[in-house]
Design a protein around this ligand. Structure first.
Ligand code: NAP
Length: 320
């Protein structure tokens, strides 16, 4: 079995930026990319599910999410990163070098051993599971107000959820949209009091209480949202052109349960930089960040993890 200096799990902006940096440091990284999602033909994280990205520095006219990921992928390869399209199924961080099993390599033997590991497995937005939600993702359905709010100037849109994320997204969206309807399945928000007060004080925010979204409507882009009232069962179509799903996120960290320190919500805990509780294991991107969740912050933290790995390997080599 091959022993690598560094293996990177994940191929979003964090993982691939870590790949660019570790490749340029001559560490010949192996990127275990993950597998394509149901709506894209390549792995590459959440940006593969996005259309236009307008806030990644360096692209004054915007760039398509998948195009951006393909460019970073090409950049990583150019400097010698090896990429394999499979998913890590198990890791052993208790002994060193660390061992990683993959779907492609099977259960019997680890696919690779590595001196350092960068975990960049990301997070996923929880989705409602509506019939047309996946098809219209990027075409009016969004999971990121910061990314997509700009496209809804002077439009009537909706946010589903009742927590701090939903209220925060709704308030942010009022900068662009004419009205933002928060659709919540109960008659009280879960969000903190201060956020609730801000929402209720904003005359662009409307509340649709006791309502569940049954489906999102539209051929090529969203034209409405069908909601069902939970008190009397009646249905109506809200004529909105955008639906922001803000019902929570889930970090892709189950592989590390019991081996890395996770917080209560499952995010990998990092101390100071990208270091985890296991020396030689570093984490970057959305799997350890529930605050910023941006492509550029993920990329930045991927760079940090790569530099941390380089220094850690160097230190270890000199320590004998
Ligand atoms: P959250 O607090 O878990 O809220 C999720 C919301 O989505 C809840 O209102 C829940 O309804 C609703 N929901 C869940 N599944 C649903 C479904 N299938 N259909 C319809 N609605 C559904 O998640 P979050 O808002 O992402 O916040 C996560 C954590 O980050 C929280 O601790 C939050 O305080 C924190 N946060 C803080 C800030 C801030 O301080 N500025 C901003 C964002 C997040 P129910 O209420 O009925 O359960």
């Amino acid at each position: 079995m091959e022993t690598r200096d560094v293996v990177i799990l994940g191929s979003g902006p964090a993982g691939l930026t870590a790949a660019v940096y570790t490749a340029r440091a001559d560490l010949r990284p192996l990127v275990i990319e993950g597998e394509p999602s149901s709506t894209s033909d390549q792995p590459g994280g959440q940006l593969m599910l996005t259309t236009e990205v307008e806030n990644f520095p360096g692209f004054p006219d915007g760039v398509q999410g998948p195009e951006l990921m393909e460019a970073i992928r090409g950049q990583a390869k150019r400097f010698g990163a090896d990429l394999v399209t499979t998913r890590a199924t198990r890791v052993d961080l208790a002994s060193w070098p660390f061992r990683v099993w993959t779907a492609q390599g099977g259960d019997a033997e680890p696919a690779v051993e590595t001196k350092a590991l960068i975990v960049a497995t990301g997070a996923q937005s929880l989705m409602l599971g509506l019939p047309n939600e996946g098809r219209l993702l990027g075409y009016g359905v969004s999971t990121c107000a910061t990314c997509d709010g700009f496209f809804f100037r002077d439009q009537d849109i909706a946010v589903v959820g009742g927590g701090d994320s939903a209220v925060e997204e709704a308030l942010f969206l009022t900068k662009f949209a004419r009205t933002v309807t928060i659709i919540h399945r109960r008659d009280a928000l879960r969000a903190s009091k201060i956020m609730q007060d801000r929402a209720f004080a904003n005359d662009r925010v409307k509340m649709r209480w006791n309502a569940v979204v049954e489906d999102v409507i539209g051929d090529n882009k969203v034209t409405g949202v069908r909601v069902r009232d939970t008190t009397d069962g009646s249905e109506e179509v809200l004529p909105v052109t955008g639906l922001f799903v803000a019902i929570g996120h889930e970090p892709n960290s189950s592989l590390f349960t019991g081996q890395l320190d996770l917080d209560a919500a499952g995010y990998i805990q990092t101390a100071g930089s990208s270091a985890t509780n296991v020396a030689g294991v570093f984490a970057c991107g959305d799997v350890q960040d529930h605050v910023y969740r941006q492509a550029i912050t993920a990329a930045g933290s991927g760079c940090m993890a790569a530099i941390d790995v380089e220094r850690w390997l160097d230190h270890r080599a000199h320590a004998g």
